[in-house]
Design a protein around this ligand. Structure first.
Ligand code: SF4
Ligand code: SF4
Length: 187
C-alpha cells in the first residue's frame, strides 16, 4: 500500500515537474533561425507558435506563392497557358491590325489580352508558367496570405480591357480581315 502511494506520488511529481518546465519555458518564444546557421538543428526551448498575423515567419527568397502578371509586358503568346499542367490559366487574345507597342524588354506587342485569368484555387505552384514566359511578366510573388470565403474569388483577372474595348477591337479585326479578303478578290 505504502509502495503504491509512493509510486503515485513520484509519478505525479514527475508529471508536475514536466508541466512546470514547459510552463516556464513558454515565457519566451523560439528564435527564428536561418537554415544556413550552424545551430539550425539545435533543440530550442520556448513557444513554437507565433502570434499570426502580428508575427510572421520569414519566407524563403525563392518561394513560390501567389502569381502576378505585369499585363503591360505580356505579348499574349499563350505559352504559359500551354505549359500549365492543370489548365488554370485562361487567355483570350485578339489580333491587332498593327503593332500596338513594346514591352519593357523590347518585344513587339501584336495581340490584345481580352482575357487573362488565373485560377489560383487550381494552381499547384509548379512555376512552369514563369519559366516559359518570354518576357518574364508572369511571376511568383511572396504573397501567400490571401483567403476568401468564395472559391471564385481566387480567379485573378489580369486583363485591363473593358467590354466595350474588347468589342471594338474584335470589330476592328473583322473589318480589317473583310477588307483584306475583298482586296484579294479584286481582279
Ligand atoms: S504555377 Fe504551375 S499550376 Fe500554377 S499557373 Fe503556373 S503552370 Fe499552372
Ligand atoms: S507566357 Fe508570358 S507573355 Fe506569354 S501569355 Fe503568358 S504571361 Fe503573357
Amino acid at each position: 500500500m505504502l509502495k503504491r502511494a509512493l509510486q503515485a506520488f513520484t509519478t505525479a511529481l514527475k508529471g508536475l515537474s514536466i508541466t512546470f518546465r514547459h510552463f516556464f519555458a513558454a515565457r519566451k518564444s523560439r528564435k527564428e533561425l536561418d537554415i544556413k546557421q550552424d545551430n539550425y538543428f539545435k533543440k530550442q526551448e520556448g513557444i513554437t507558435t507565433i502570434q499570426y498575423p502580428k508575427q510572421e515567419i520569414p519566407i524563403p527568397e525563392v518561394a513560390r506563392y501567389q502569381l502576378d502578371v505585369e499585363i503591360n509586358d505580356c505579348i499574349v503568346c499563350d505559352l504559359c497557358a500551354k505549359a500549365c499542367p492543370v489548365d488554370c490559366i485562361s487567355i483570350d487574345a485578339i489580333k491587332a491590325t498593327e503593332a500596338i507597342g513594346k514591352t519593357s524588354d523590347g518585344s513587339v506587342k501584336r495581340l490584345y489580352a481580352a482575357k487573362f485569368d488565373i485560377d489560383m484555387a487550381k494552381c499547384m505552384y509548379c512555376g512552369l508558367c514563369t519559366v516559359v514566359c518570354p518576357t518574364e511578366c508572369i511571376t511568383m510573388t511572396d504573397n501567400y496570405d490571401r483567403s476568401f470565403s468564395n472559391l471564385s474569388e481566387l480567379i485573378y483577372q489580369f486583363s485591363e480591357m473593358t467590354a466595350e474595348e474588347i468589342e471594338e477591337k474584335r470589330a476592328e479585326l473583322a473589318r480589317f480581315q473583310a477588307e483584306k479578303e475583298a482586296a484579294k478578290r479584286k481582279p
